[in-house]
Design a protein around this ligand. Sequence first.
Ligand code: 13P
Length: 259
Amino acid sequence: MKKLIAANWKMNKTIKESVSFVKELNELIKREKNAEVVICPPFTALEALSKELKSQKSENQILLGAQNMHYEENGAFTGEISAAMLMEIGCEYVILGHSERREIFCEHDALINRKVITALKHSLNPILCVGENLEQKKTGKAKEAIGNQLKNCLNGISKNQISKISIAYEPVWAISKGDPNHKAATKEDAENGHSFIRDFLIKMHGRDAAESTRIIYGGSMKPENAKELLSMPNINGGLVGNASLSAKSFAEIIKSVIS
Ligand code: 13P
């Protein structure tokens, strides 16, 4: 199972900035074959990036993902984007249930579950985000919180479908919010969260299905800590925010993956 390194640009980069980033990144990682690399730009840059990525000759094809989508097929949902629209534009991945969507836009588990089901129906690979907030960490309720999110967001997902989903463990307290000095979880704390998620998946769908499902880490991953985080047994990749905004630092993270 190749490690997945995904960039979540959040609300950053114009179309022009996005295209020049992927040109630079492609030059930097052309020969890196150890990781599957995905860029999730804002919706407005998807089409231009899709064209640019198709034109790139590389041993490591950079893939495209979106940061969100709606669970309905179409209809009166002002401001929303459907799975079919993302597929048409060339997306292979979609981030669902990010903590910023949960906190700022009031997304809850049942709604995220519907999004996961719709994404899979359209053969879009969900990157499902889970993770405890600071309060839950302080009160010893982290695992309960993650367990509930997994149970609810994966409701109705079959054993055959689970490995199409990448679970992103993003402890909310470790997310940088743009501060490059913000501290990530230690590799031990991160591994602890990941092995809890792995065990949860084993209980849900058995060892084979659980072990072919990627669990990736998000929260202040950067060139300085990527290697140690990515070397932990249950960490199968990274979902990178702030440090993915520079092609050089994102390329360094990709190069930290050892096969
Ligand atoms: P940072 O890497 O900026 O902490 O963001 C993590 C994240 O939220 C990725 O989805």
